[in-house]
Design a protein around this ligand. Structure first.
Ligand code: 0O2
Length: 249
């Protein structure tokens, strides 16, 4: 049977308006962060020939999930209590190809003067006992409303594709299986996190090696190109060889 509501309709309307303002603040803060990431992505695409950002997802925590966290943390169930204690109501998840990209991205965000990284939890340098790895940042984003300015917190999780694969699967297992997870599954999940970490290391080593090869090839190719007033001329190898012989031998 549906639970009887104790609040009267006028009060209910006021509470709903207040809640709407509350959630809108988070939505605007998330939009600003997404724009920042999109700009970085676009800059990387057009200026550098490498893009560290694979994909970006965002979410606003549901009222049910906020309520669960309030009870878990035993904090005041008021708008202010929630704002101060639940710091991941707005969440942005960025997936990168390699571990070093994560820190490159963190450093770039740190340079934006309009936002402040107020907390950093580095579960990459200090993985959780179950093997969970990710970089968590709590970022204060200024939001301008018609009648006020607010600092709204956004949790940014930055991880590699392998870390994300593991975390998504682990979350699904815990979410679907509402009871205690058998010990051998927990152990195997932790082992899988180690394998994911090894894969990250291997792929990054390959990527670094390929960059050296690419840089060498590029240097050789550049020798064969002559640029004059923005126009490029190709210099055949035997042209360079013969010129060498005539002038310097
Ligand atoms: P959901 O559904 O992702 O929102 P705090 O938020 O600081 O008060 P907490 O939970 O210790 O308290 O913060 P922490 O360590 O920064 O973790 C918050 C979020 O990180 C979680 O949000 C998960 O998204 C993710 N996370 C942390 N540990 C694990 C883990 O072991 N496995 C997986 N798969 N994800 C993890 P929520 O609210 O738990 O869930």
């Amino acid at each position: 049977m549906k639970e009887q509501m104790k609040i009267n309709p006028t009060e209910l309307k006021e509470v709903k308006t207040e809640l709407m303002r509350f959630f809108m603040g988070y939505r605007f803060a998330l939009d600003q962060m997404k724009t920042k990431i999109d700009t970085l992505k676009s800059e990387f695409k057009h200026i550098h020939d490498y893009n560290p950002i694979e994909h970006v997802t965002s979410r606003i925590k549901s009222p049910e999930s906020i309520m669960r966290k309030v009870h878990k943390k035993n904090c005041p169930f008021t708008i202010e209590g929630i704002r101060e204690n639940i710091r991941d109501i707005a969440g942005l998840r960025i997936t990168c190809s390699f571990e070093t990209d994560i820190y490159v991205l963190r450093d770039m965000l740190q340079k934006h003067r309009d936002i402040k990284i107020i907390e950093e939890k580095d579960y990459i340098k200090n993985p959780k006992g179950n093997g969970y790895r990710s970089l968590h940042l709590i970022i204060a984003v200024p939001v301008f409303m018609s009648d006020r300015e607010e600092e709204v917190l956004v949790e940014v999780q930055i991880r590699t594709i392998a870390m994300d694969f593991w975390a998504t699967l682990e979350h699904k297992i815990y979410y679907k299986y509402n009871k205690d997870i058998p010990n051998h599954i927990k152990l195997e999940l932790t082992e899988a996190a180690t394998v994911a970490h090894q894969l990250d290391k291997k792929m990054e080593a390959l990527h670094t090696e390929m960059n050296v090869i690419k840089a060498n090839n590029q240097a050789e190719n550049e020798l064969e190109v002559l640029e004059l007033d923005g126009e490029q001329f190709h210099l055949p190898t035997n042209f360079l060889d013969q010129l060498n012989r005539v002038n310097w031998i």
